[in-house]
Structure formats: structure tokens, C-alpha cells
Design a protein around this ligand. Sequence first.
Ligand SMILES: Cc1ncc(COP(=O)(O)O)c(C=O)c1O
Length: 475
Amino acid sequence: MVQPELGQEFRAELDDLVQQLAKVLPDVIRRTDDRIALQPDAASVLSNFREPLPLQGCGAEKAIERLLELNETAGGNTSGPKCFHFVIGGSTPAALAADLLATAYDAITYTWVLSPTGVEMEMQALDWLKEIFELPKSWTGVMVTGASMANFVCIAAARQWWGEQHGLDVSETGLACAPQMPVLTSGFVHASTLKVLAVQGIGRSHVQRFTLDDFGRLDLDAFAAGLDALAGEPALVIVNAGEVNAGEFDPVREMIELARQHNCWIHVDGAFGLFAKVSPRIAHFVDGVEQADSATVDGHKWLNVPYDSGYAFVRDYRLMARAFRYSADYLPDENSDRPTFGAIGPESSRRARSFAVWATLKAYGREGQRRLVEHCLDIAAHFAERVRATECLELLNDPQLNIVAFRYNPGGLSDAQLNELNEQLGEAVLADGRFLVGTSKMGARTIFRPAFSNWRTRQQDVDEFADVILELANR
Ligand SMILES: Cc1ncc(COP(=O)(O)O)c(C=O)c1O
């Protein structure tokens, strides 16, 4: 027997909730600049968070009040101007609004039939992105959760191609009868690529990294020799456009041109580095990318759309379709006139990430994207200058992109002592909470590696960051 009360109750509750949201949401959004980056008391606030599953529940209003209270007292402000951890972008106004609407509509972009608008927006936005990154129009794109999954899609297509070179359809037969796939790259290869190689049965331990130094820069001659040694055997080459410690690039054009002379699938991981294309100041770093076979880009990094949002672009649609094909009588075909993104990528159920991507590109265009990227370049250059001019701070790269590598160095200490000091300082910065930033390694040295990827970050924020580092170090 259908219970009419539930529908009535929820409809009435939604009416109240809309009023509640209308009151609190503007405040939540407006205070993004002011909310602390990381609540120092988060752990103690959350220490009594866990509770038994309620039988009846407290109702939506109270649950949402509790959620707001928790996030205000223990949340991380990753979309704020003082978050420089990993490579975390903010959200442009248009993207934020569109993403809220994607949730309000609960739009599903599995196939055109479910959301003609969402799917058309995805196709349009991917075309615009190809234009921005100067990738060939004929390439096929698909939206996924982020660069890890974009690498997953691109490497799945590469694996399919590689299998076919050996007369195998690996999506049908698996890799059991196949030889080991050669993978060539530099020391800049991202951890997510290695994870993808691991889960796709290619394996990560035999990846050949041709490195010149302990930072991981490509040794081009050794790479060329590695390609020669393949003697025509098909292989995967990973080109890293934008590495995470100092924002450096593999020599994209040279690497691709060399690999093109061999039987290679060339994948470019340009999670944030491909955004160099939008600024004439740095576009040369990714010159030649259109000669590759596939490319990864992250939207929640430098496009400044909300998490999660990444894009895989692949030269050959048929390989994607073969790698991700699945069929059932009730599912649409991957070649139907009404496109089905679920049939050319890993996810069947997909939220409408396209709303935010389309909206931000529609609202600000190519020029807006250039301004956003260059704003971050200027912030990085300003901060680097500040580090250079500050006693006790040592600049460790000449930033070409949006990442500044530096360490605290009061002088008179060995590298090992400096490493320990900077690791402790890194913990102190996180415990303090005014800034969200991580440490990493540049060769053997422990570094801070703030990445500036958010339109919200101002000069005063990075000046304050330098002050806070010194203040905490002096403690
Ligand atoms: C070069 C590169 N590739 C891949 C990734 C993984 O991205 P995501 O966290 O969006 O999966 C990152 C993240 O920082 C990255 O910088």
C-alpha cells in the first residue's frame, strides 16, 4: 500500500528547507574569503561526531543546521584564498552557480536521453576546451572525476591500441597472453599515472624513467636510446606537462617528436600544465601537444570549477569505445545518434559536471580563462620575489608556472637538519590553520610547494603567508 504521507511530508519539508537555504547559502558563499583555511580544533570538534544510526532522525532542518555547524567548526576551506595545498582551484561565480543547479536538478549525463541539455553542454564544453588547448577537433573528450580518472581513460585507450598492435583485443581477452607493455617517461610522472598502470594490469615497477637529476628532469638522450632499444616494439610514452613540486615541464615537443619516430602511444598528463596554452607568456611549454594521442586535463584545478571535474581527450574514438564498451538490452549503443558518454568512459552514472564547465566558459570565454591563469602566474611571481627578498627563506625554483618551491633556511644547518626543520614547520603551519599548504621533496630536500590556482588569492594573502611562515619558524 503506497504511503501518501511521505510525499506530502517531504514536499512540505522541502518548502521549509528552501527558505532555510535562502537564508544561509548567501552567507556561506560570501564568507569564503574569511573562513579560516583549516580549523585548528577540527580533531577535537569531530571527536564526538560519530553516533549510532538514528531510528527516526532529526529532520532536514536540524540535519542541515548540524552540517553547517560542523563545517564551520571543523571544515577545510579549500575553495578559499589561502589554500595552496596540492593543486586546488577555486570556483568561478558562474561555475559555482551552475554546479549548485546541477545538484538542484539532479541532472544525469549518462546518456542524451536522460539529459539532452547536460549531454549537449558536455559536448559543447569539451569542444571549447579542445579549442583552448589547441587539441585537434577530431579528438573525443569525456568528463570524469579528475585527472586520475582522465589518465585512466587515456591509458585504457592506449592499452587497447597496444593490444591491437599485438593482434589482441585486450578488453575481451585481458593481458594474460600479452608481453609486458613498455612504458617510458621522465621522473616527473605523477603518482596517479602509476596507480592507473597498476590497476590496468600493466604494472608500475617496470616503468622506465629517464632522469637527468634527482629532481626527475628528463634525460632526452637516454630517452632517445630507450626508444631505439624498443626496436619497433609498440610502447606507451607518458609526457608530463606540469609536475607538482615546482610546476616544471618535460620538453613536450622534443619528447613527442622523438616518440613519433617509433611505434608509440603518446599520452600527455597536463592536469594543470596544459592551461599554459591559454597564456602567450607560457604557451611554449606545451607546444606540440596536438601531436600526441591522448591528453589529461583537470577542471577543478585551473579552470576553477567545483570538485570534481576532469577531462580525457583521445585521438581515436573507436579505441575508447572498444575499451569501455558494455552492453545490455536496456542500455543505449555507443554509436547511437543520441550520444551516451557512459559508453565511452568508466562511469555509467555521472552527475552533470558539464553544467559548471559550460557555464564558466560561456560566462568568461577564452579571455577570462587567460586572465585567471595569468592572475595566478602573477601571484606566484610576486610570492617568489617576496621569498627571494626575505632572509631565512630560500627560493628553490624560478617559477615558470603557479608553484613556488622554497624552504625555511636560517643558515648554518645541514640539509638533513633543514629537512627536519621544514617538516616540523610544515606540521606547525597545518596546526595553525591560517594557511593550507603542503611540503614535498625536491630531490633530497624538503620543500614547501604552495600552488596558486584560485582566482580568490590576493597579493596580501601570499604576503601574509610569508609572514606566517617566519612567525611560526621563530616560535
Ligand atoms: C599532473 C597531475 N596528474 C594527475 C593528478 C591527479 O589529479 P586528480 O586528483 O584530479 O585525480 C594531479 C593532481 O594533482 C596532477 O597534478
